[in-house]
Design a protein around this ligand. Structure first.
Ligand code: ADP
Ligand code: MG
Length: 259
């Protein structure tokens, strides 16, 4: 067990306007309700749920970008995010790849600078051979060496997504969280990125949390799939058999597969 969520709850305070402009009250938006989830070493766990079910919030909580309202998160049998300070060392161990690759790459940095940055920050001793490492990273995500001198705007959506994945791999994390990372790619690019990820995972024994709203992409890629509805994990399944699933939302998901 590499990552364990124990009864994690996240409540956002939201401002609600009542009876006109002056009478404002703070309300609550419960984004995650008592979620317990376990990610095993070297496993790819899918997290499927409709929009607004709290998937991104869960990823933010794991990274410590959002504080927990209650519950605990354990990494390698040790609780994390317990103090009031952000633990920046965790970014070395857990990386996030988001859906919006365009905005997570700095527009004025070349791909070379983008990939060099984590190497310089996390592995100062590798500075002298940083360029070779960049090249091998690019190769492993299936990009040409001449992309190094390009800017993000000169790449296609799929290529930008690969750069984001390469940057996450440069840190050599134990866990990578993918938040709808392949959602806005076309199906052929999607499957080639997924194949590449699967290979990476087997090579480096990584653990993935693969967040998505569409069940199809988890089918070949994930070992287990957790289903999230309105902030709760309602079901975790391994077998792709509609007879065995219990929750009705999972059934409706399965029906989308058949079409
Ligand atoms: P998903 O990624 O599954 O689409 P999110 O985790 O983004 O869902 O959101 C879950 C719920 O939490 C939504 O109802 C959303 O409106 C709410 N929410 C997300 N972020 C915030 C925030 N920073 N402040 C208040 N409410 C938020
Ligand atoms: Mg989201």
């Amino acid at each position: 067990m590499i990552l364990e969520l124990k009864n994690v709850t996240k409540v956002y305070p939201v401002r609600r306007r009542r009876n006109g402009w002056f009478n404002k009250r703070w309300g609550e938006q419960q984004a995650i309700k008592k979620v317990s989830l376990q990610l095993r070493q070297g496993e790819c766990l899918g997290l499927v749920g409709e929009s607004g079910s709290g998937k991104s919030t869960l990823a933010q909580c794991i990274l410590g970008l959002e504080s927990l309202t209650s519950g605990e998160i354990w990494l390698n049998q040790q609780p994390i995010h317990t103090g009031r300070m952000k633990d920046i060392h965790l970014y070395k161990r857990i990386q996030l790849v988001t859906q919006d690759s365009a905005s997570s790459l700095h527009p004025r940095m070349t791909i070379r600078d983008i990939l060099m940055e984590p190497i310089r920050n996390y592995f100062p001793e590798r500075k002298v051979r940083a360029l070779d490492i960049c090249l091998s990273l690019l190769e492993s995500v299936g990009l040409e060496a001449d992309s190094l001198k390009k800017y993000p705007a000169q790449l296609s959506g799929g290529q930008k997504q690969r750069v984001c994945i390469a940057r996450a791999l440069a840190v050599e994390p134990e866990i990578i969280l993918f938040d709808e990372s392949v959602a806005n790619l076309d199906t052929t690019t999607q499957s080639s990125v997924l194949n590449m990820l699967k290979r990476m995972q087997l090579e480096r024994q990584l653990s993935f949390l693969f967040i998505t709203h569409d069940l199809q992409s988890t089918r070949t890629f994930c070992d287990r799939v957790a289903v999230m509805v309105q902030g709760e994990i309602v079901e975790i399944f391994e077998d792709w058999d509609e007879e065995l699933v219990k929750h009705e939302y999972t059934r409706t998901l399965f029906q989308t597969l058949a079409d």
